[in-house]
Design a protein around this ligand. Structure first.
Ligand code: NAP
Length: 483
């Protein structure tokens, strides 16, 4: 099935932080893919901005390298050349005055203007202030703000206030790239475009929900940043929280940015505080000569968590009594992200073969191999009585929808295109981010005031034993961490 392409309008997109890791690995290759797919008009322009002294030709060479390394394997030379033609570069120090008038001279007032803040968060305010002061951003310009959006409620509020001095909420696109994943959007399609699941989507039919985001890598290379953050700030408050919202939200009245975000906000506000007994923190240990977490962050006393598991409760009619178990961590057994909605057992079992009958599960895989499967019980084929076996009704999106197995569009491709289109549905609103911090802050504060260190866990496992205990004591078990 070939996806429909809707061309966007003419645009000028400025990437602040154009020479950085994110621009090289995600933004430029993503833009290239959309350009190659024919989604961008010929007159669209992408303007790189960073301090490095370089001219446009130099930046085009950098972009060519980035596409060669992180772009599609089958990139065509004519397509690359046509993409590079759209690029320009301006050397700007966002904390100073250099470069702004050159940038202003390049911007066209009559096309969509978007400014991607792909720099350290400490610089977001400088960029917003100078864009306004130099009158570079028009009244409908959009700004794209990367994560992390604050490190607690106070800093998120301060950042929202800084941005609000120069831009209206309708102009601010706070990225959570999880929302750009095809499967995550499909969660809404599956729930709200089908009659099949929604009647069952509540405490009467769902036993619990499990969300796992597991990585095999450690924090080496970004230890200094990570040690100031930890799994709670880096993953739970934003990405896992967004997944919880999409599973738990009420149907919005329309697929419209504020209608969707209003419903997500209600979920966050309905979260109960998490008691200390319902949360487990972990740190990966050293093993076989491989460094442990504290070695990776070069802080022998670090108490920052590289793993969190917790049990979440949502206080509303739909979800009262249905636990949401969340876990995420580094150096785990496999790299996998999934949501499993585990249904209740049937009220009465008529088959003798009880042992093999298992609760239905709807498993939504975010990575690898985005897709969904519904695990159902059927009769094992063959004679010899009624024996049951659980099988997946499997749907891999790449197989079902991909063009000759072409990989699924990357989240950044989708999200940047939405910015240019002016659609904020998949971006976090300011009040949503603040509500998520208001929930996370007391948990983090309790850890910071506690003397206990996170539990140690062996690399290549599913985390500390205590995390298994979180489920076992409720008579449930985590799904295996398996790609
Ligand atoms: P990075 O590799 O450190 O790049 C930072 C960029 O900012 C460089 O282009 C740098 O170029 C530019 N820069 C620094 N100071 C500047 C200044 N005063 N004026 C103008 N430009 C300046 O960072 P990154 O990994 O790309 O991350 C960028 C943002 O994305 C951060 O907010 C990060 O948290 C977020 N993010 C990154 C990733 C990722 O995978 N990398 C994932 C999620 C979120 P010059 O040195 O040439 O000025």
């Amino acid at each position: 099935m070939v996806s429909r392409l809707i061309e966007v309008g003419d645009f000028d997109l400025v990437i602040f932080g154009a020479t950085g890791d994110l621009a090289r690995r995600k933004i430029l290759p993503g833009l290239f893919r959309r350009h190659a797919a024919g989604q961008f008009p010929a007159a669209s322009r992408i303007i790189g901005a960073a301090r490095s002294d370089m001219d446009t030709e130099g930046y085009r060479r950098e972009a060519r390298d980035a596409i060669a390394e992180f772009g599609p394997r089958d990139a065509d030379e004519a397509q690359i050349a046509s993409f590079l033609d759209c690029l320009a570069y301006v050397a700007i120090d966002v904390t100073g005055e250099r470069g702004w008038s050159e940038l202003g001279a390049l911007m066209r007032p009559d096309v969509v203007q978007a400014f991607y803040f792909s720099v350290a968060p400490a610089l977001f305010g400088d960029i917003a202030e100078r864009l306004a002061r130099h009158a570079i951003a028009g009244p409908d310009a959009r700004i794209v703000v990367e994560k992390p959006f604050g490190r607690d409620l106070a800093s998120a509020r301060a950042l929202n206030a800084t941005l609000a001095r120069h831009f209206e909420e309708r102009q601010i696109y706070r990225i959570d790239h999880y929302l750009g994943k095809e499967t995550v959007q499909n969660l809404m399609a599956v729930r709200f475009a089908n009659m099949l699941f929604e009647p069952l989507w509540n405490v009467h039919y769902i036993d619990h929900v499990q969300i796992t985001v597991a990585e095999t890598v450690g924090v080496a290379g970004r230890g200094a940043y990570y040690d100031q953050s930890g799994a709670m700030r880096d993953m739970v408050q934003n990405h896992l929280m967004q997944l919880v919202c999409l599973i738990a939200m009420e149907p919005p009245w329309h697929f419209d940015p504020d209608a969707v975000r209003d419903e997500k906000l209600k979920v966050i506000r309905a979260l109960e505080p998490v008691p200390p007994g319902d949360i487990v923190r972990g740190q990966y240990a050293a093993e076989d000569g491989d460094p442990g977490y504290r070695d990776d962050v070069e802080n022998p006393d670090s108490r920052t968590e590289s793993f969190v598991a917790l049990k979440l409760r949502i206080a509303n009619w739909r979800w009262q009594g249905v636990p949401f178990y969340l876990r995420t961590g580094k150096r785990l057994r496999d790299r996998t992200s999934e949501i499993a909605v585990v249904f209740r057992e049937p009220p009465h079992l008529i088959f003798d073969d009880h042992a093999e009958q298992q609760a239905n599960q709807l498993v939504i895989r975010l990575q690898p191999n985005e897709g969904m499967n519904l695990r159902v019980n059927i009769k094992e084929p063959g004679p010899g009585g009624m024996r049951l076996v659980q099988v997946p009704l499997d749907m891999s999106f790449a197989e079902a929808l991909g063009k000759e197995g072409r990989d699924m569009p990357d989240a950044y491709e989708r999200l940047i295109t939405d910015v240019i289109r002016g659609n904020q549905t998949l971006f976090m609103r300011g009040d949503e981010v603040e509500a998520a911090w208001a929930w996370a802050d007391p948990i983090i504060a309790a850890w910071e005031n506690a003397s206990a260190a996170p539990e140690s866990y062996d690399p290549g496992t599913s985390g500390p034993d205590q995390a298994l205990g979180l489920m076992h004591r409720d008579g449930r078990r985590w799904r295996e961490i398996k790609a």
